[in-house]
Ligand binder design. Structure first.
Ligand SMILES: Cc1cc2nc3c(=O)[nH]c(=O)nc-3n(C[C@H](O)[C@H](O)[C@H](O)COP(=O)(O)O)c2cc1C
Length: 167
């Protein structure tokens, strides 16, 4: 069985997680969604980092538009974010489970596994626009805008364990 990982990452943490999954699973193919040529795995592991409360549009479009191609495959999903827990902010539900549900809804079939990974945010690496947006967000919540690193080997191992039996 062929295993393919498809990911979206803007600043590299989802990419790093995708490559660590690839290594541990001995996956056959890894594809950045921006450079995706073909979907040819039997087990597809599809993941996205989260921006403005959503997985990447190209990832969601892939899940939505390739229904026919995906329906005979095993699909595992993951998101990489900082708000891992679900909570309600000004009557809006946010957090990891909400982001995963967006992917699951687009997929229209039950994933064989799903995981919420903690991500990483380094203010100095952000584009000017992203920096300003995040700075304003932290200010609004009266939080200090510092670097955060929540990438965890344990979370990667937990996901890999779920997937090993499926390969
Ligand atoms: C402009 C901006 C918006 C973000 N929006 C969210 C969000 O809505 N929810 C969340 O949990 N994390 C959010 N994050 C945090 C990212 O999901 C986190 O830093 C992730 O690890 C980035 O992945 P990447 O390095 O692969 O791009 C945001 C980060 C930035 C810079």
């Amino acid at each position: 069985m062929k295993t393919q990982i498809i990911y979206y990452s803007k600043y590299g943490s989802a990419k790093e997680i995708a490559f660590r999954i690839k290594e541990k699973l001995n996956a056959d193919v890894i594809s950045d969604i921006a450079e995706l040529n073909s979907i040819n795995g039997d087990l597809l592991i599809i993941g996205s980092s989260i921006y403005s409360e959503s997985p990447d549009k190209k990832i969601l479009d892939l899940l939505l538009d390739e229904e026919n191609l995906l329906k005979d495959k095993k699909i595992a999903l993951f998101v990489v974010c900082l708000a891992k827990e679900e909570r309600t902010v000004r009557e809006m539900k946010i957090g990891g489970p909400v982001y995963l549900r967006k992917m699951e809804t687009a997929l229209k079939q039950k994933p064989v596994a799903a995981q919420i990974f903690g991500g990483r945010l380094i203010p100095d690496l952000l584009s000017q626009e992203d920096y300003k947006r995040q700075e304003a967000f932290y200010k609004m919540r009266r939080l200090t805008f510092n670097a955060v690193d929540m990438v965890s080997s344990d979370e990667i191992d937990e996901f890999v364990l779920k997937l090993k039996d499926l390969q």
